[in-house]
Design a protein. Structure first.
Ligand code: PLP
Length: 389
C-alpha cells in the first residue's frame, strides 16, 4: 500500500497545540508552525480504523489493557530494534514526561543530583527541579557541527554524588542516534557510580537510515539492570493526544517501585483508545513507518541543501527525529532577535534553541514533519527574509 504524506490537512480549529496555540506562543497566528513535536501527517489508516471499530461498540466504560497491548510492543521492539523483552517487564505510563517525573519520585530523594545533557528536551529540567532535586549538567560538546558527549566531564560529575541520569536516546534537539560505544561508555560510568539511567527512547523508531537504533538496555544484562527504557507509539505514529506510553523495566525491584507510584496515583487504567491505537500501530505499522521515514529523509535533504546555500544558517543533518537543529550563529543575532526575525520577517514559528538550555544559544529547532509543499514555503520565506537582512 502507498501512503500519501503530501496531502495537506487543515488542523486549525481542532484544538491542536501546534496551530491553535500560535497566538499564545508566537504572538501571532501568521506563522507556519514548525515547533511542537507532532506531525502534520494523518495518523495511519489502520490505527484510525481500529479506533472506529472500538467506537462502534458505543460503550466506553472502565477498561483493562488486554494481552495484545503487551505482545504487540514486545514483537515490535524485537522486529524493529532486535531487542528481546519479556512482557512482564512492561509498565504503562500516560506519557513519557509523566514517567520521567515518576522516576524522579521513585528513585531519588530531595536534594539528590540528576544528570542531564543539555541542550536537551526541556521537560527534563522540570522533572528534576519540580521535585526539589538538583540539576547536574553534562553539556554536550560540538565538534565541527557534530554533537558529542563530554565523557571526561560526565565521569567527574557522576563521581560527585548524582543518583540518576536522564538519557535522551536518540537526542532531541541535536538529532544524534548514540553509537553502541557511546552508550557503553555512559553505562560504564553510571554503573561505577551507582547511577540509574532513564533512557528516553521515544524517538527510537525515528532513526533515519542508514543509522539504526540500539536500545541501551539490550547492550548487556548488567546495563539492563540499571536502566529503565521509555517507549511510545506517540511520536512514531502521531498519536500524542492519546496519552499512552510504556516503560520497559527488567529489574523487578525498580519495576515494583515504578508501578507502585502509577497505582497510588490511580493512573494505571489509561484510556480505551490509547490501548487500541497502540496495538494497531505496533501490529501493522512497519510499512507505514518505513514510508514515513523515506518522506522525512526527503524533507531533511531538502532543508539541508537549501539552508546550507544561505551560508548564514547551518543545518545539523539529523541521524534521528523529524527535527533539524539549525545553527544560526552566523546571523549574529541574540536569541530574542533571532526569534523575532523568524516570526515576523520569515513567518515561520520554530522552537528557540535556548528553551533546550545551555548550548542552545544561537540555534533554532525546526520540525519538518509536514508535507514537502509546506516545508518549501517555509524555506522560501526564510531565504527571502535573509536576502533582506
Ligand atoms: C525526548 C522526548 N521525551 C518525551 C516527549 C514527550 O513525551 P509525552 O508526550 O509522552 O509526555 C518528547 C516530545 O517531544 C520528547 O522529545
Amino acid at each position: 500500500m502507498t501512503y500519501n504524506f503530501d496531502e495537506p490537512v487543515d488542523r486549525q480549529g481542532t484544538s491542536c497545540v501546534k496551530y491553535d496555540s500560535r497566538k499564545d506562543v508566537f504572538g501571532t497566528d501568521s506563522v507556519i508552525p514548525m515547533w511542537v513535536a507532532d506531525m502534520d501527517f494523518k495518523s495511519p489508516p489502520f490505527v484510525i480504523e481500529a479506533l472506529r471499530q472500538r467506537l462502534d461498540h458505543e460503550i466506553l466504560g472502565y477498561t483493562i489493557r488486554r494481552e495484545e497491548y503487551f505482545s504487540s510492543l514486545r514483537k515490535w521492539v524485537e522486529r524493529r530494534h532486535s531487542w528481546e523483552i519479556n512482557e512482564d517487564w512492561i509498565s504503562f505510563s500516560p506519557g513519557i514526561v509523566p514517567a520521567l517525573n515518576i522516576c524522579t519520585l521513585a528513585y531519588t530523594d530531595r536534594g539528590d543530583g540528576i544528570i542531564i545533557q543539555p541542550p536537551v528536551y526541556f521537560p527534563f529540567y522540570n522533572a528534576v527541579t519540580d521535585h526539589g532535586r538538583r540539576l547536574v549538567y553534562n553539556q554536550l560538546i560540538e565538534n565541527d557541527g557534530k554533537w558529542e558527549i563530554d565523557f571526561g566531564k560526565l565521569k567527574k560529575k557522576a563521581s560527585e554524588g548524582a543518583r540518576m541520569l536522564f538519557l535522551c536516546n536518540p537526542h532531541n534537539p541535536v538529532g544524534r542516534s548514540w553509537t553502541k560505544h557511546e552508550m557503553e561508555t555512559i553505562a560504564g560510568i553510571c554503573a561505577d557510580n551507582n547511577i540509574l539511567i532513564i533512557s528516553d527512547e521515544i524517538h527510537s523508531d525515528l532513526v533515519l537510515p542508514p543509522y539504526r537504533h540500539t536500545p541501551l538496555a539490550c547492550l548487556s544484562p548488567d546495563i539492563a539492570d540499571i536502566t529503565l527504557t521509555c517507549m511510545a507509539p506517540s511520536k512514531t505514529f502521531n498519536l500524542a493526544g492519546l496519552s499512552t506510553s510504556s516503560m520497559i523495566i527488567s529489574n523487578p525491584e525498580l519495576k515494583k517501585k515504578f508501578d507502585s507510584i502509577i497505582e497510588s496515583l490511580h493512573i494505571s487504567g489509561g484510556n480505551i483508545f490509547g490501548t487500541e491505537a497502540s496495538i494497531a500501530a505496533y501490529t501493522h505499522g512497519d510499512e507505514w513507518l518505513d514510508s514515513m521515514l523515506d518522506y522525512i529523509n526527503i524533507n531533511v535533504e531538502y532543508v539541508v541543501k537549501e539552508l546550507q546555500e544561505t551560508k548564514l544558517i547551518r543545518p545539523v543533518p539529523p541521524e534521528a527525529t523529524y527535527m533539524i537543529w539549525l545553527d544560526c550563529r552566523e546571523m549574529g543575532m541574540d536569541t530574542g532577535e533571532l526569534n523575532k526575525f523568524f516570526i515576523y520577517k520569515a513567518g515561520v514559528g520554530m522552537s528557540k534553541g535556548t528553551v533546550f538550555g545551555p548550548g542552545g544559544e544561537g540555534f533554532m529547532r525546526m520540525n519538518i514533519a509536514c508535507p514537502l509543499d509546506t516545508l518549501k514555503r517555509a524555506i522560501d520565506n526564510i531565504k527571502n527574509a535573509l536576502l533582506k537582512l
